[in-house]
Design a protein around this ligand. Structure first.
Ligand SMILES: Cc1cc2nc3c(=O)[nH]c(=O)nc-3n(C[C@H](O)[C@H](O)[C@H](O)COP(=O)(O)OP(=O)(O)OC[C@H]3O[C@@H](n4cnc5c(N)ncnc54)[C@H](O)[C@@H]3O)c2cc1C
Length: 164
């Protein structure tokens, strides 16, 4: 039996997971998608990394014709490859570090069966405490053009980039 079971492995969970594990608690984390959740994979870090070159270009555009002759273009494939190289390693790193921290990391969907039982993928685990750290769902906006929208998670996995 675990002391604490976290469903979800994003920032909302991970800081508490580490603290509890270091304090000697038996901790399990259940994650159905990318370990680490939104922030490192398709949120904060991905956004900063993908946005960076565009910010530079935008800045240069302001000086075009004044003191800058040419600005440039961004190669989406290379940018995505760069992103994959920098942050694509994170999910596996989190799995790899878990045993060192004494954390049991389980890939699969977590479903609460009763107050102390969680179905974690194909297995069933029990815990004294269950923490729901499943983040948020993307809101579907009821506005014109909504069919053109994609979520950050899909955008950050896109193989191609198109203007709309
Ligand atoms: C594009 C973008 C940019 C952002 N930029 C910033 C920023 O610059 N600064 C900032 O502070 N914040 C930023 N955020 C917000 C930040 O990413 C979130 O606040 C943070 O990730 C929330 O953490 P969380 O653990 O609550 O949820 P999440 O990170 O969403 O983690 C929840 C996890 O639970 C998993 N899960 C859900 N249901 C189940 C289930 N049944 N079983 C198993 N696993 C499940 C999900 O797969 C997910 O991995 C950004 C978000 C986005 C989308």
């Amino acid at each position: 039996m675990f002391d604490v079971i976290f469903i979800g492995s994003g920032h909302g969970a991970w800081h508490a997971v580490q603290t509890l594990a270091r304090a000697g608690k038996k901790v399990a984390v259940v994650e159905k998608d990318l370990p680490g959740g939104a922030c490192p994979n398709y949120g904060c870090d991905a956004k900063i990394l993908l946005d960076g070159p565009f910010e530079y270009l935008e800045g240069l555009e302001r000086y075009k014709g004044l003191c800058v002759d040419q600005t440039g273009t961004i190669d989406w494939n290379k940018l995505m490859a760069y992103k994959a190289k920098v942050i694509g390693v994170f999910p596996q790193a989190l799995i790899d570090v878990s045993p060192q921290l004494g954390v049991t990391f389980i890939r699969g969907k977590g479903k609460i069966l009763d107050a102390h039982t969680v179905q974690a993928g194909d297995s069933t685990i029990t815990g004294e405490v269950i923490v729901i750290a499943t983040g948020q769902r993307d809101a579907e906006l009821n506005i014109p053009g909504r069919n053109s929208f994609i979520t950050a998670a899909i955008f950050c996995r896109s193989k191609t980039c198109r203007s709309i």
